[in-house]
Design a protein around this ligand. Structure first.
Ligand code: ADP
Length: 515
């Protein structure tokens, strides 16, 4: 099956039911689309994309906040047999030029502005730099460049992709110096969502609130695809603020939500503090970053709902989750057990499986593992037996419950958002004053981690934080990747073979906070 089969079923059963309920924080407008409207608008947008020369297999990029156009576009891409390429709104020219160039995108759909940034100007700069990019369309704008110019007509040429066709291309922060284009098919996505919904008891009656960006795999799979698969209602929040989230949950009767730890932390604090209940909410799934046991306990008490921890990646969706009727110890202290269709195991450095309760590399295998990295099969850590090496370190108990205890890959997770360390280091290294640089994470109570650039300067050179910032801004790097501290050392700690010992830098930062 593909999502279009689920859409057709929902349209036939409940044409007037709200499918998408989306708010724009900038002007407070709300747009609700019924299943019949979602079907019509996505057929019109598919026709509009075809008018722009989008043929089957072509990539359509969209850098959009959590707006209704997002869900319409994904369904339109399916109907045009094209590939959806969601892009985070935090990406700037450097990231977009790479991604759209690499994907050979034909169309870019964006906002005119979002959170004070001029996305129209950004899209035009990217169009001028990417040869395949023929068209830009702007959500919320009028005229020929407006998103609405894609709508208004159908041509009866809608298709249905094969369930093994690539339908989504999502760039994930590189550990290798450049972003990797993760490819998914209808089968790899739906084979995750079916057991996920079954385990958590989700169905057409649910109202799914999504505060996480839809351009993350978390937001995309559980905020765009899951609601349509279930014939449920999605509630999209474009700018996260805990008071607005609580109000939206109350107003829409939301029953389910999902986000990284800061969302859980902030909502629990707000509801606990204000006493304003979110009584319809049954489940909050936390995933994407380490989940402290004390937070799970506190949030359950504050929200009065099940708090489910999950582990997953863009490459395979939520692979493990806890179960609503698990013991207290498992709910607060583990990242859960594999969903049906997926296996997990812990191996040593040589790839040999380890006994229960030992720490090692986490590997996963099964039907929701991705279809490879676009153009870079060499980067795919899936072995010939189908085991994908995740780059995370974990322990697994005898019953199959895992706990993430670290990472072997070099990324920093700041509030659920990954920072590609190798990319940022190479940008900093371009500064003439820098002889050596290592970007490492340091703990933060709310965001989990923040990034710090530890630098050794060239003899006689100087660099301050403002200088580093200006240097990185000039390279049009996403602001979110910006390191927040800049200690200068005379020497970086090294192994005898010359490798920078990041664990020693982290310990140094934790012990003696340097500015
Ligand atoms: P997403 O789009 O869901 O954020 P990414 O592929 O960007 O996924 O990031 C995946 C990484 O996030 C994992 O490899 C892991 O390092 C981290 N992560 C996800 N879930 C957890 C968890 N429950 N505990 C600790 N780290 C996690």
């Amino acid at each position: 099956m593909t999502l279009l089969d689920h859409l057709a079923r929902a349209v036939a059963a409940t044409p007037d039911k709200p499918a998408v309920h989306a708010t724009r924080a900038e002007n407070g407008t709300v747009r609700t689309l019924s299943y019949a409207e979602l079907d019509r608008l996505s057929s019109e947008a598919a026709c509009g994309l075809r008018r722009l020369g989008v043929t089957p297999g072509k990539v359509v990029s969209f850098q959009l906040p959590n707006w209704w156009e997002f869900t319409v576009l994904h369904l339109a891409c399916l109907k045009a047999a094209a590939v959806s390429n969601p892009l985070m709104t935090i990406f700037r020219e450097r990231e977009l030029r790479f991604m759209l160039g690499h994907a050979r995108s034909r169309v870019l759909i964006t906002a005119s502005s979002f959170r004070g940034h001029d996305h129209r100007a950004l899209a035009h700069a990217v169009r001028d730099a990417v040869p395949t990019l023929a068209h830009v369309r702007i959500a919320g704008a009028a005229g020929t460049e407006g998103f609405d110019s894609l709508l208004g007509a159908t041509d009866g040429a809608d298709r249905r992709p094969d369930s093994d066709d690539v339908i989504q291309l999502l760039y994930t922060s590189g550990t290798t110096g450049e972003p990797k284009g993760v490819m998914h098919t209808s089968n790899t996505m739906l084979s995750n969502l079916v057991p996920f919904a079954a385990r958590l008891g989700l169905g057409a009656g649910d109202v799914i609130h999504m505060p996480s960006p839809l351009a993350h795999q978390l937001g995309f799979m559980y905020g765009v695809v899951l609601p349509v698969m279930l014939g449920a209602t999605s509630v999209l929040q474009d700018v996260f603020a805990p008071d607005t989230m609580a109000a939206q949950i109350r107003e829409t009767g939301a029953t389910f939500t999902m986000g990284a730890t800061p969302f859980l932390n902030d909502l629990a604090e707000h509801v606990g503090g204000s006493g304003a209940g979110t009584s319809t909410l049954c489940v909050f799934v936390s995933a994407g970053a380490p989940i402290p046991p004390a937070l799970v306990a506190r949030a359950r008490a504050a929200l009065g709902c099940a708090v489910i921890s999950a582990w997953g990646m863009s490459e395979n969706g939520a692979v493990t989750t806890t179960c609503p009727d698990d013991s207290e110890a498992r709910i607060t202290g583990t990242d859960g057990t594999a969903l049906d269709g997926m296996e997990v195991r812990i191996v040593d450095a040589r790839g040999a499986a380890l006994p229960a309760d030992s720490e090692g590399r986490l590997q996963v295998r099964g039907c929701s593992n991705f279809a490879g990295y676009l153009g870079r099969p060499d980067l795919d850590n899936t072995d010939t037996e189908g085991w994908f090496d995740t780059g995370d370190l974990a322990r697994m108990d005898a019953a199959g419950y895992i706990r993430i205890c670290g990472r072997s890959k070099d990324i920093i997770i700041r509030g659920g958002e990954n920072i590609p360390v190798v990319e940022v280091e190479s940008l900093i290294f371009r500064h003439p004053a820098v002889a050596e640089v290592a970007v490492v994470g340091y703990p933060d109570p709310r965001l989990g981690e923040r990034a710090c650039a530890v630098v050794r300067l060239r003899a006689g050179a100087t660099l301050d934080f403002a200088g580093l910032r200006a240097h990185l801004e000039a390279q049009r790097m996403a602001r979110h990747y910006m390191p927040e501290r800049l200690p200068i050392l005379d020497e970086l700690p090294r192994t005898p073979s010359g490798k920078v010992q990041k664990f020693r830098l982290r310990a140094l930062l934790a012990e003696a906070p340097v500015s």
